[in-house]
Design a protein around this ligand. Structure first.
Ligand code: F0G
Length: 459
């Protein structure tokens, strides 16, 4: 990978432990879809051949991490593995107060039950489902103000994950007392996995400092975001990814990281803060719902695995391969005419299901239809995303919906051949797209999220 003379981008690792793929025939999958009410969350994973439902908790572990699992210190308090994780997170984030949690949303629950409240508004470039749900559960209001370009799928801007700084400033000026924190999600998963530029992070941080509003990062893909800054942002070219990531954290007052993404681990997460009083209050809550503050409900082996994973994900040859793999996958899909969100981001490729099935109305669920058709045809599982386009300006109504299928790529798990097979399956579906019947919702409550959806073919 270090030699630029060759154009073949091969994996900067070799397999030592392997796991057979799931197996199923098309006839079996057709029957399974019927049995599972066309809800891919209910399909037994062993029937899925290539599983791109999520990049969360699905990474392959390194030999070092496997050794770390053996070394994990299971002492209840002050374990060696905890101290290893604490010092690693301090080093990466430059924050002192480190709190372990069992996964990202536990950090969100702690934070928003402390800071969110009736009448409060959490301002963000884009919130993941669990973040939004935790804000709502605390009685506060999610307020997403991505840049306009971020909402136009075919635009090729490098940092479509950015926050609209003019709207941010206006919001804090008018309503600052009601905004307990601003959250920047890096990368911006809900809107296509796009990165946020270091410039935008600096600007947003400065605005927050001016209005004395705490500035937080939802940083579960911090390494991918930093690498995309290095690749795409003028002036960042020669800068080590670790430096870029550290600057992003230095701009913030706090952050949380789901270790299931760039932590390269099966579970876990951390909250990191500068405010000692806030950290103390969160730890008191942590003891009640998660565990003692030096394990947060995690086993010592998990703490050890996360400490190692958080560093491994900053390895530049790993990142170069990972982002290159996603770009090659996106190019393959683009070249055969599959409409994708451009440009591909750090962890996934998103297909615009409405554009792929232009004859299907929204009530025939283009995203779920495409996700099921991909599974039926090739045994590949992506995730259907059907969500309102976030409000752009205060007062503007949520009118249109995004109908997307996301292929999230597990880290270090699949090779280009697996992804090439998916492109072949999509080519087959594209040829007969107009003949694919849509899906009708069976459950009466349209607001039930995709985990509970029950559907059937409309045709
Ligand atoms: N924030 C972002 C941006 C996420 O993508 C996720 C999870 C979370 C927070 C919550 O972390 O799962 O550890 O509780 N995203 C996964 C996904 C589930 O498939 O995108 P968690």
């Amino acid at each position: 990978m270090s030699d630029n003379r060759w154009k073949t981008a091969f994996e900067p690792y070799r397999a030592k432990t392997i796991e057979p793929l799931g197996e199923s025939t098309e006839i079996e999958r057709e029957e399974l879809l019927r049995q599972c009410d066309y809800n891919l969350f209910r399909i037994p994973a062993e029937k899925v051949i290539i599983d791109l439902l999520t990049d969360s908790g699905t990474s392959a572990l390194s030999a070092e991490q496997r050794a770390g699992l053996e070394r994990g210190d299971e002492s209840y308090a002050g374990s060696r593995s905890w101290l290893h994780l604490e010092s690693t997170v301090r080093d990466i984030t430059d924050m002192r107060e480190i709190i372990p949690v069992h996964q990202g949303r536990a950090a969100e629950h702690l934070l928003f039950s402390e800071l969110g409240d009736e009448g409060k508004r959490i301002v963000s470039n884009g919130l993941f489902d669990s973040t939004r749900a935790n804000i709502l559960a605390a009685g506060a209001e999610p307020w997403e103000i991505p840049i306009l370009e971020g909402l136009i799928f075919e635009r090729n801007d490098p940092f479509k994950g950015n926050i609209d700084t003019l709207s941010l400033e206006a919001e804090l000026k008018q309503n600052g007392d009601n905004v307990p924190l601003v959250v920047m999600t890096i990368t911006n998963n809900s809107l296509g996995g796009h990165p946020v530029s270091i410039r935008n992070l600096r600007d947003a941080s400065e605005i927050c400092r001016h209005y004395k509003t705490p500035f937080f990062l939802d940083a579960c893909r911090y390494a991918e975001n930093a690498f995309l800054i290095q690749q795409r942002e003028p002036g960042a070219g020669g800068r080590p990814v670790e430096d870029i990531a550290r600057e992003a954290f230095q701009l913030a007052d706090g952050c949380w990281i789901s270790a299931k993404k760039d932590g390269l681990s099966s579970t876990g997460g951390v909250l990191a803060l500068r405010d000692q009083d806030l950290a103390q209050r969160l730890r008191e809550h942590l003891i009640v719902v998660e565990g003692y503050p030096t394990h947060g409900g995690l086993a010592g082996r998990d703490l050890e695995c996360i400490a190692l994973g958080l560093r491994e994900s900053l390895d530049e040859s790993y990142l170069k391969h990972r982002i290159g793999q996603i770009e090659a996958f996106a190019k393959g899909l683009r070249d055969i005419g599959v409409p994708i969100i451009e440009p591909p981001g750090g962890h996934a490729v998103f297909i615009d299901a409405s554009a792929m099935f232009p004859d299907l109305s929204i009530d025939l669920h283009p995203a779920a239809t495409l996700a099921c058709e991909i599974f039926r045809t090739g045994g590949i599982r992506g995730v259907a995303i059907s969500a309102p386009v976030p409000r752009r300006r205060p007062g503007q109504a949520d009118v249109s919906r995004m109908e997307l299928v996301r292929f999230a790529i597990p880290r270090r798990a699949y090779t280009q051949n697996h992804l090439d097979f998916i492109i072949e399956v999509l080519e087959d579906i594209l040829r007969r797209a107009s003949a694919v019947p849509g899906l009708r919702r069976l459950d009466s409550n349209e607001h039930v999220n995709h985990f509970g959806a029950r559907l059937e073919p409309a045709g």
